[in-house]
Design a binder for this molecule. Structure first.
Ligand code: TA6
Length: 312
């Protein structure tokens, strides 16, 4: 249980934007920009970067930073009337000096609490008062945990409804040698086929073309295996029923101005999300959505991941 005060550094990042640096033992670190409340870096004990940041990322409002972990709120994609993925990812967040206690089993003090409240302009676009608190925690084993708490602070008695995603860009050696375990046999909405509903047939998900699928009612744990690195990312999520899997591949990449043409080969988005069943909060109610990321050595037996071994 982290009791002492959080330990983090405030620094200047790209284009002079304020960022928070979290450091753990050895070379482990994480960075989060106040612009967007945006985690842009997560490094392991060897100082290796585990998240993908676009080679052409623009660190300048109003463009959201391409890569890392963009926050999609108050809407995912165009499941609403706002800009794609909502406005939380291109607003300036603040360090929350007095957050309500957050019971966690993290033994690390490498964490920071951030907060976003709507501006007058935001209220014109989305007429709801809210407090969006997020804790970014770098655990003693190097795991990265993002805990979002969104509270309806409307004084007019009105509820509000939102969709949400942690739009995580994982760094992978070679997308053609990556497999995702934990989503097989589930239903998904295929964004490339007018969001028609299908059922996943494969025994694991592999990639050989543009992929943009919203898997529904997914398990708490999902594994992403990087064959070349013999590394498995484990995604653990609470309060987030769905998972989006996205790789733009070559053609779509060329239409994205802040994504390098070859970046798709070394990235995969697996996004813990709440989409199919939007979340409704009455005034005073709070929603919590937690994402824990870890990177473990993959265990292969005859080329297969032993899901029980990694996902236990
Ligand atoms: O999460 C997948 C997705 O909705 C894709 O359809 C693609 O639009 C991607 O997000 C990136 O969106 P962005 O607004 O960050 O360019």
């Amino acid at each position: 249980m982290a009791t002492e005060r959080p330990s983090f550094e405030l620094a200047k990042g790209i284009n002079g934007l304020d960022k928070i640096i979290l450091r753990e033992s050895r070379n482990r670190s994480a960075e989060v920009y106040l612009y967007g409340g945006h985690v842009t870096s997560w490094k392991n004990e060897n100082g290796e970067e585990l998240l993908h940041l676009s080679s052409k990322a623009v660190f300048k409002a109003p463009k959201p930073i391409r890569g890392g972990i963009p926050l999609c709120f108050p809407q995912f994609s165009n499941f609403g009337t706002l800009e794609q993925h909502g406005f939380a990812r291109n607003r300036i967040w603040e360090v929350d000096a007095s957050p309500p206690p957050l019971p966690t089993n993290s033994s690390s003090n490498a964490y920071v609490d951030l907060i976003l409240r709507p501006s007058e302009d935001d209220l014109k676009a989305w007429p709801h008062n809210f407090e969006f608190r997020m804790r970014v925690d770098l655990g003693s084993e190097g795991e990265l945990t993002l805990t979002s708490r969104i509270r309806n602070t409307n004084s007019d008695g009105k509820p509000f409804t939102f969709t949400f995603a942690y739009h995580t860009y994982f760094s992978v050696s070679d997308i053609s040698e990556v497999r995702v375990e934990g989503l097989e046999t589930l239903d998904y909405l295929d964004n490339l086929k007018n969001r028609e509903r299908f059922t996943e047939q494969g025994d694991a998900i592999t990639f050989e073309s543009e992929t943009d699928k919203i898997y529904l009612s997914t398990p708490t744990k999902i594994a992403i295996l990087d064959h070349e690195k013999k590394r498995t990312f484990v995604v653990r999520k609470d309060g987030l029923a769905d998972a989006v899997v996205w790789n733009p591949w070559d053609k779509r990449s060329k239409t994205i101005s802040d994504l390098g043409d070859e970046d798709y080969k070394h990235m995969l988005c697996v996004e813990a999300a709440a989409i199919e069943r939007p979340i409704t909060l009455k005034p005073g109610e709070e929603w919590k959505g937690r994402l824990e990321l870890s990177a473990v050595p993959s265990s292969y037996s005859s080329g297969q991941l032993d899901p029980k071994k990694v996902l236990e």
